[in-house]
Each structure stands twice: as C-alpha cells, then as structure tokens.
Write a protein of this length. Structure first.
Length: 190
C-alpha cells in the first residue's frame, strides 16, 4: 500500500501542477485550444473565427513550405492557433506580443500577426526547437534565437524595436560567416 505522502506527491504532480499551469501559464493552453472555445478544423490549424479558416490554412501551409525550402523541413507540422480577436489572444496570454511559440507544443498568432512573415518567424522558432532541443535553445543568445527568426523570415520592416533590431543585425553578421550547410552545428557552439 502506498504511503500518504506518495499519494499527495502523485496528486501534486499529476493533478494540481497541470491545473495550476492551465490557469496561470496561459500559453500552455495551446495543447488543448478546444477547451477554451477554439475550433480546430484541421489537426494543425485552429481558429476563433471560422470565416477566416481558409486564410489561416493558407498562412500555415505557406509558412511550413517557406521554412522547408529556406532552412530545413519541419519534422512535424506545428499546431498554430490563429486568433482573430483580442479576447482570443488574451486567452493564450499574448499580452503585448503579436505571436508566441510555446516550445514544440504550439504557436499562437494574434490579431495583428496574420501576415506571412509573422507566421514564418514562428515556424523558424519551431524549427530551432526541433533542431536544437527546447532546453538547449533556452540557453542560446537572443541575437541567435530572435535574430534568426527576424532575419530569415524576410520580415519587411526596415527597423524593429530594440532589442530585436540589434538581434537581427548580429545574426545577419554571424550568418554571413557561417557555412549554411553546417548552420545547426555552428549554432550548437554558441
């Protein structure tokens, strides 16, 4: 028979911690967006406004294709929640951010981010997590993680807010001196 302390520990680990995360760490809701009223007409595309579902599918498809042709194919097409409303974005804790990728669990695109370069940016983050691992990626410099996503997504904005403009410049400088065939090996040494 299990001791009461083991039962309490199991309850904490398997019930209380996930429930607390669901309510406190809102981006974790990407794992089950249907539970917060989001519709997922395709396995990897979810929307809060079904009138825009084809637009979301097209952005997702184009983003995956872009990353595959410019960097490397994604091993698994990421789940992307396309929020057309601010309420939806707030449900996933976007706040002031336009979009967010939560490890390899999924991505949330906010109302202002329904643009190809935003989706490509987030797909690059998914690829980074696949290629380097989520934990290792957390310890990489911002100029690499964000700079790569801004530079290689073909973000058309001439000047970004700081620190992202500096991140993009530093990444571009590093990338010019890097063998593109050995990109992930070179990144491993950062």
């Amino acid at each position: 028979m299990k001791s009461p302390s083991l039962k309490r520990l199991a309850l904490l680990i398997f019930v209380i911690v996930p429930l607390a995360a669901w309510f406190i760490v809102k981006p974790i809701r990407v794992v089950a967006p249907e539970l917060v009223g989001i519709t997922c007409p395709l396995e990897h595309v979810c929307v809060d406004d079904m009138t825009r579902v084809q637009e979301a599918i097209d952005l997702h498809t184009a983003g995956v294709a872009f990353v595959a042709s410019n960097l490397a194919p994604l091993k698994v097409a990421p789940k992307v929640i396309f929020c057309a409303t601010v309420d939806c974005a707030l449900t996933f804790g976007l706040g002031a951010r336009s979009a967010v990728t939560v490890a390899r669990l999924g991505t949330v695109i906010g109302p202002k981010a329904w643009k190809p370069y935003y989706v490509r940016h987030e797909m690059i983050h998914v690829l980074q997590a696949e290629q380097m691992g989520v934990i290792r990626l957390m310890f990489k410099p911002s100029w690499f993680v964000e700079g790569m996503a801004y530079a290689l997504s073909e973000d058309p904005r001439e000047t970004l807010t700081e620190p992202f403009e500096t991140d993009r410049k530093l990444f571009r400088k590093w990338y010019q001196t890097t063998n593109k065939e050995m990109l992930w090996n070179a990144a491993g040494g950062l």
